[in-house]
Design a binder for this molecule. Structure first.
Ligand code: ADP
Ligand code: MG
Length: 331
């Protein structure tokens, strides 16, 4: 694989060896440390497909999302958008074609603006159409996301959480983008409202032939939506493949653990979003060898010392000593 070209020019988004580091401890006397928020991520998203990215809080999902949106430059590796290196694509063009939907509809909507002006903002920024055409487009998109027209001149504070997330989705869709990057779009909502927003996103995808990168800490949320599933742990992509395959035959012990915690009826066993088993490692001082080994039910001696190689086959990708011989790339 040539690092300067996409390996699949038909993919809408492709990442090669993508990584992002943060330097922690900028104080005068503080020791500087490097936090590897995302490391060595290789992913592809095909047109019309849903790629779900799952993993516990702190594993690097939002950092990945920001890089895909062009909001955060990678420290290593490359991102391609429709075969073109992202850094070569005009910023305005990316903003038109790839839109975010973030977790918190409370902080992402300007409280002093009406729905009409919030949703129309991208049209104004990109100077699309006449004011009459913009108004029509706003009404059309509001209908599409299930917001009644009478709310046109309401303010975010007058809406429910679910309605606010519909506004955020309307704003994301108003420019007719090709890709939505949804970062935990339902995590801040009540459970009953979550399902409505998920259904809306599903319907819109079919109707508008959208491509999604759908990020969640909750496997149950993505099960019915994902075509491809990427599981992250401490910045690394540890399992990746067709969603149905990964759900049916998870290979990485961490994926198995996530699936078990989704299926378990006992809340004291902890939820994957909270790392309540207390062992979530410090990302500034990651474990040696396989970063998952301190929590792994199938830990072997080599797991404590050596980074596993990656097995890539027709079922997908897994980074685990159970499936690879010796370390191909010892750290
Ligand atoms: N701007 C930043 N500066 C320093 N560390 C950051 C920054 N953004 C994220 N991190 C760290 O990077 C890791 C991944 O964070 P994030 O991408 O937000 O994870 P997730 O979305 O999966 O919860 C965390 O350890 C987080 O503390
Ligand atoms: Mg996040």
């Amino acid at each position: 694989m040539n690092a300067s070209t996409p390996n699949d020019p038909n993919a809408v988004i492709e990442c090669q060896n993508l990584g992002r580091n943060f330097t922690i401890g900028r104080g005068l006397f503080a020791e500087k440390k490097t936090l590897r928020a995302v490391q060595d991520v290789n992913l592809k998203v095909q047109r019309g497909e849903v790629l779900a990215v799952v993993g516990e809080s702190g594993c690097g999902k939002t950092t990945l999302a920001k890089m895909l949106l062009g909001l955060l430059p990678p420290s290593t590796g490359d991102i391609y958008f429709e075969g073109e290196p992202l850094q070569n694509v005009d910023r305005h063009s990316i903003a038109r074609r790839v839109q975010p939907v973030f977790q918190d509809p409370y902080s992402s909507l300007n409280p002093r603006k009406t729905l009409a002006s919030i949703i129309a903002l991208p049209l104004n920024v990109h100077n699309v159409g006449t004011s009459e055409e913009r108004k029509k487009r706003v009404e059309e998109i509001m209908e599409m996301v299930g917001l009644p027209r009478r709310l046109l001149y309401s303010y975010p504070s007058q809406l429910s959480g679910g309605q606010r997330q519909r506004v955020a989705i309307a704003r994301a869709l108003v420019m007719k983008p090709e890709v939505l990057i949804c970062d935990e779009p339902t995590s801040a909502l009540d459970v009953s409202v979550q399902a409505q927003i998920l259904n809306l996103l599903q319907d819109l995808r079919k109707e508008l032939n959208l491509t999604y990168v759908f990020i969640s800490h909750n496997l149950a949320v993505v099960e019915h939506m994902a075509d491809q599933l990427a599981v992250m742990y401490l910045g690394r992509l540890i399992e990746y493949g067709a969603s149905s395959e990964v759900f049916a035959n998870p290979r990485h012990p961490y994926t198995k653990m996530l699936l078990n915690s989704v299926l378990t009826p006992d809340p004291s066993l902890g939820l994957p979003g909270s790392a309540s088993d207390g062992d979530f490692p410090n990302p500034l001082d990651p474990p040696s060898g396989c970063v998952f080994h301190p929590r792994c039910a199938e830990c072997m001696p080599q797991c404590m010392t050596t980074l596993p190689g990656i097995l890539q086959d027709d079922k997908g990708l897994v980074e685990c000593h159970l499936y690879t011989e010796t370390a191909a790339n010892a750290a």
